[in-house]
Write a protein that binds this ligand. Structure first.
Ligand SMILES: Nc1ncnc2c1ncn2[C@@H]1O[C@H](COP(=O)(O)OP(=O)(O)OP(=O)(O)O)[C@@H](O)[C@H]1O
Ligand SMILES: [Mg+2]
Length: 134
């Protein structure tokens, strides 16, 4: 996380970013590039939501105990076993998400961001292996 921070900072403009890391978190078996991509996407979303010149994004890690009730309420049932998990949280001081936005967070094409030049269409792989707009 400490190595990722300098890579993310330039993308956040005037939004500050801070770390709240629990040193008790054990090493993870994970793809560092994917973790970096996740943090980068969350942090840019947060900076977009903050919008103005002052705001803070906080990246927090901790070890958390996940029980059956939590799995039932929050996670995909049957795909997660109870136990100790490393928890990664990204907080921001932005406006938050309305219930309507929250309901669409897993829709890959949902956005509320308008760019000055219009919509920015996502890119997806074409059958040739090149990229095309879709
Ligand atoms: N931290 C946040 N605070 C408030 N709203 C958020 C936050 N993160 C995401 N959102 C809302 O969720 C929508 C979808 O986010 P998502 O990252 O999928 O797409 P995007 O940021 O709009 O576009 P892209 O990531 O493709 O540039 C955003 O447009 C925004 O409305
Ligand atoms: Mg985004």
């Amino acid at each position: 996380m400490r190595e990722i921070l300098p890579l993310i900072r330039p993308s956040l403009g005037s939004t500050a970013i801070t770390l709240d890391l629990d040193d008790a978190v054990p090493p993870l078996k994970a793809d560092p590039g994917q973790i970096q991509q996740i943090i980068m996407n969350f942090a840019i979303n947060a900076a977009d939501a903050i919008g103005g010149p002052s705001g803070v994004v906080t990246i927090k890690t901790e070890v958390t105990e996940v029980d059956g009730a939590y799995i039932e309420q929050v996670l995909a049932k049957g795909q997660t076993q109870p136990g100790s998990y490393v928890c990664l949280e990204v907080h921001d001081t932005g406006v938050g998400m309305s219930a309507e936005t929250q309901a669409k967070i897993f829709d890959p094409f949902f956005t509320t961001n308008f760019r000055a030049e219009g919509w920015v269409w996502p890119r997806c792989p074409a059958s040739s292996g090149a990229t095309r707009e879709c």
